[in-house]
Design a binder for this molecule. Structure first.
Ligand code: GRF
Length: 201
């Protein structure tokens, strides 16, 4: 009797910049037993470095500059047109710097994940490394979570912790956290793709 193999889940990655987390997902997805495949990389910025990187891996890319659209909804309609072509099961936000409307997040509820460089619910928003130092925190980290309408909210899938060391700067923290981001994001995506992590727990 032969085992029935589940088809790999189709994943679209949304970026705005260099895309190092995107690259970690692409690398993980090359393993034959990884439960997801990357079907496209989308950016809201035409000059995002990650678009070139994705193309060198032979992955479809697209961009729509958000400034070309009069509203968030208009931009998201253009994004949805691209997604209709790629037919993703899951969206992975990887340094995607646009706030998404509640309508969009609701549509993708349980199927859209994000990585944030803090131990959520601590330090939502930007400049998390500065915030950790200003607060005198003893530890820092990163979180992969399902996306909900609130910015940097939604159920946690995985977290990684690192110590804050005397003499740390925002740059040294960012570097230490990024290593952990690249480790846990592929793990978290695999959990979601396998159905082992769901929005409700
Ligand atoms: C990462 O620190 C991620 O956690 C945050 O933005 C940064 C993006 O880096 N949301 P990269 O584009 O993945 O290299």
């Amino acid at each position: 009797m032969s085992a029935v193999t589940d088809p790999k889940k189709r994943v679209a990655i949304l970026i705005s910049g260099r895309g190092s987390n995107m690259e970690a997902l692409i690398a993980a997805a090359k393993a034959p037993d990884y439960p997801a495949q990357i079907v496209g990389v989308f950016s809201n910025k035409p000059d995002a470095g990650g678009l070139r990187t994705a193309a060198t891996h032979g992955i479809a890319t697209a961009w729509r500059w958000h400034k070309d659209y009069p509203s968030r909804t208009g931009f998201e309609l253009a994004l949805s047109d691209v997604l209709r072509l790629w037919r993703p099961d899951i969206i992975a936000l990887a340094g995607f710097m646009r706030i998404l409307t509640p309508e969009f997040t609701e549509k993708w509820k349980g199927r859209m994940i994000n990585i944030h460089p803090s131990l959520l619910p601590k330090h939502r928003g930007l400049h998390t490394h500065e915030a950790v130092l200003a607060a005198g925190d003893k530890e820092h980290g990163c979180t992969v979570h399902f996306v909900s309408p609130g910015v940097d909210e939604g159920p946690t899938i995985l977290q990684a912790r690192v110590p804050v060391i005397p003499g740390d700067t925002p740059d040294s923290l960012a570097e230490r956290i990024l290593v952990e981001e690249h480790r846990i994001y592929p793990e978290a995506l695999a959990l979601v793709a396998r159905g082992a992590a769901t929005y409700t727990g």
